[in-house]
Design a protein around this ligand. Sequence first.
Ligand code: BGC
Length: 495
Amino acid sequence: MAAEWWRDAVFYEIYVRSFADSDGDGLGDLPGVRSRLPYLRELGVDAIWLTPFYPTPDADHGYDVADYVDVDLRFGTLADFDALLADAHALGLRVIVDIVPNHTSIAHPWFRERPEYYVWSDEVPNNWPSVFGGPAWSLDERTGRYYLHLFAPEQPDLDWHNEAVWHEFERILRFWLDRGVDGFRIDVAHGLFKDPELRDEREPFPVTAFSSDWRSAVDQPEVHPLYRSWRRLADTYDGDRVLVGEVVFSDPKRIAQYVRRDELQLAFNFTLLFAPWDAETIRRAIDGTLSALSDVGATATWVFENHDVPRLPTRFGGGADGLRRARAALLLLLALPGAAFVYAGQELGLEEGELDDADRQDPILARTGGARKGRDGCRIPFPWSVEGPGFGFTTAAPWLPMPASFGVLSSASQEADSASTLALCRAALRIRRELGGALQWVEIGPGALAFTRASVTCAVNVDGEPFELPDGEVVLASEPLSDNRLPAGAAAWLR
Ligand code: BGC
């Protein structure tokens, strides 16, 4: 296997419960993913990232893990996992799995049998809030003490100052590495160690912000020796296994600390995901990222969508304008130097689905008394075929209702259309293989972005006047072009 394959890989995020249901219970599962691998191969991605499929009581859809070394029966079995991995490898696709080390499920046996693995206090010691609303401390009725949970009360935080926790996770990582996974996506990677003095956070808390910039209790220095030890462990395996941290800061310099040479290979960089559709902001995000990461010799990553934020066409204004911008953003994403993450459905231009509160399942809705709707809208299952209500995802009722608009957006209907977002994404992934080298900006004018990498130029008209494309043959365009001019909300690649 090629060394450092991850440096320019395209990772495809699969929210397992929403991708493909093989057994007719309305929930996606591992055999479902396995049956769709040929689609991913055809799409042209390099690796898939599977969100948690471990046994879970589902307080946060699998990010509350009750057993790190098994598969929840609703998603399949370990044998199903092995079969999926073998098939993926046979197709040349790598597989990374999601590891959730910040917290377990309250149903994990450790919570009762190894209370010393968690963070306790006799009284509520500070003002820390939960990301999902309400305080980050809950009373454990059995012991009469309070435990910490940065997320839901059903997700107690582990105490990483306890070395036994290190050993447990080493065993867990080995379990999956021995099975042959190509690496891990590390959930809440910046949060494992908390301020040991449990000092107050500064109020008011912008808990609605996706970024953890405002929290001072996380991002503690002790996390770096941990990641060095995980990197040493990963490096004892062949095949260049990769560690990708979910480090949620808006300043790339903070992210860079996690990807120094002997730590994680990659960390999510959400600067584009935080950016509005604005040329100056996007350019600053790109320059800031490239300079901070090159300072530590690391590769940049780029993300516009994931299972925690509204779908891109919706964020960029919705309707025809939103979709046009999201298509342009896809060409931008896939032209940038480094690793790119595509969230399942992004290649179809899926928009955020409207849902009744009664159908919503994200704990954020109830924890905030309805003030925040939660993340269900971007987790609606993947439409494979034109006919609802299951759209080829399931023969049963899908776990979240799928909107009628998913019929025309389904992969089947886009297959048949050479101008579809799916066709655009496929073509971009094919041509991307020719891209190489550093990014050189080409100055166009206000509202526009353009850069070259080796022989390919990527031009994006974010919101400026239509402009004449630079010299070269147009190999890909997100919109039909007239007179070689690029309209607002469109992007093109030239050779
Ligand atoms: C995951 C979320 C999850 C949270 C707690 C994250 O950052 O991406 O989906 O709710 O961690 O595990």
